[in-house]
Design a protein around this ligand. Structure first.
Ligand code: SAM
Length: 385
């Protein structure tokens, strides 16, 4: 059987083998050509497909990244919205607290002003009156102002600037320097040719004023307590820089000074002002803290304690100095110590608002009342009708 089949196959093959060669060749060529054509087509359509799929992929990616970006943006704007609403909440809280604090400050001012109105006479001074006296008396002896000559010149210039009066206005005018300290302003009035009287309740202050004004042989310097100053002498110009608020009865001290001004004369006062700006509170809180710490110490320890505390508060002042002694031997160190001792050691320090001072002056025969220096402490000048 096998043999028969083999024969048959042989016959078929020999039949094929009988096709003319050129036909076989052209058929082969044709089929190769069409294969090539097909291959090319396939290749083309493949690359198109790849192109397309790439494009799809890219556009999908773009779409996706757009979506991600959008969702991120939504997320972020939600966060920002949240943050903003929290901020708003907080700032409303702060604003409300600010309003409350402002109101409490007004209340405080009014209470102090009322106290000053009912505290008519000087029968019962604070027990701190003596401590205030001692503080100034020691200050003038133990912490002299550094570079005094220059400082005095500066004070004269400032006095002329604030009063807006020319030097020649003072010539032969009767002037009172009330609470003269060591006479840093007294010197300026003498230099301008005034007929000057200087008073202070500190005996050291009185002596040092005489010494500092030796050039003008200034002998009209007296130890006087402003609260008991009620003789009949009057002046063309009454000057009192940083004094009444230390007396224990600011209003009485002011009224006593008012009575010293001639009709048509002028008064200048510098009084500690009630805080108006946030930075004022920071400064005043520092002062209050140091006052609390100093008041319990014996006098002889106050200075050293303050030196130590000032370095703790302002460590940068030590730059360029090896020891605290070196720093406090410098003009800067002496001025810082002097300024802080002056501000925090006297326990009596009242603060007044401009409105209160204005009202007291206005109710007591003064006009043309004006603030003459942009400072928390009230520098005020007025004319007596
Ligand atoms: C801060 S010092 C200012 C001194 C001076 N006016 C100056 O600017 O340099 C305050 C002065 O007020 C004086 N003083 C305080 N209470 C007084 C009173 N009741 N009578 C008189 N002088 C007083 C002190 O002795 C001190 O010299």
């Amino acid at each position: 059987m096998m043999k028969v089949n083999n024969k048959k196959n042989k016959t078929k093959n020999s039949e094929n083998n009988n096709l003319p060669l050129h036909l076989i060749g052209s058929a082969t060529l044709l089929s190769i050509g069409s294969i090539c054509f097909l291959l090319k087509k396939t290749k083309n359509s493949n690359s198109k497909l790849i192109e397309q799929s790439k494009m799809i992929e890219q556009s999908e990616l773009i779409e996706q990244s757009k979506l991600i970006e959008q969702s991120k943006q939504i997320e972020q704007s939600k966060l920002i919205e949240n943050y903003n609403s929290k901020l708003l909440e907080q700032s409303t809280l702060i604003e409300n607290h600010g309003k409350k604090i402002k109101y409490l400050c007004y209340e405080n001012q009014k209470l102090f002003s009322m106290l000053r109105n009912i505290q008519n006479d000087y029968t019962k001074p604070y027990e701190t009156f003596q401590t205030t006296y001692d503080s100034f008396n020691n200050q003038w002896k133990d912490i002299p102002i550094p570079d005094l000559d220059n400082h005095i010149n500066l004070c004269t210039d400032l006095m002329l600037k604030w009063t807006e009066l020319p030097r020649k206005w003072f010539k032969s005018k009767k002037v009172l320097d009330a609470g003269c300290g060591i006479g840093r302003f007294s010197y300026g009035f003498l230099e301008c040719g005034a007929e000057l009287k200087s008073i202070d309740f500190s005996s050291n202050g009185v002596e040092i004023t005489k010494k500092n004004c030796q050039k003008y042989n200034h002998k009209n310097v007296h130890k006087v307590n402003l609260l008991e100053y009620n003789d009949n002498e009057t002046f063309d110009f009454v000057w009192s820089y940083g004094v009444c608020h230390h007396t224990g009865n600011t209003k009485l001290a002011m009224l006593n000074l008012f009575s010293k001004v001639k009709k048509g004369g002028k008064i200048f006062l510098m009084l500690y002002g009630f805080p108006e700006k946030i930075i004022d509170y920071e400064e005043l809180n520092n002062y209050e803290q140091l006052r609390k710490e100093l008041i319990v110490l014996p006098d002889e320890q106050k200075m050293d304690y303050l030196k130590k505390r000032l370095i703790e508060l302002f460590p940068c002042v030590m730059e360029g100095y090896n020891t605290t002694e070196d720093y406090y031997a410098s003009d800067h160190g002496r001025m810082l110590l002097h300024g802080y001792f002056d501000a925090v050691s006297p326990p009596i320090n009242e603060l007044l608002s401009y409105e209160e001072i204005f009202t007291i002056l206005n109710n007591n025969g003064f006009s043309n009342i004006r603030r003459c220096n942009d400072n928390r402490n009230i520098h005020i000048i007025a004319d007596k009708l």
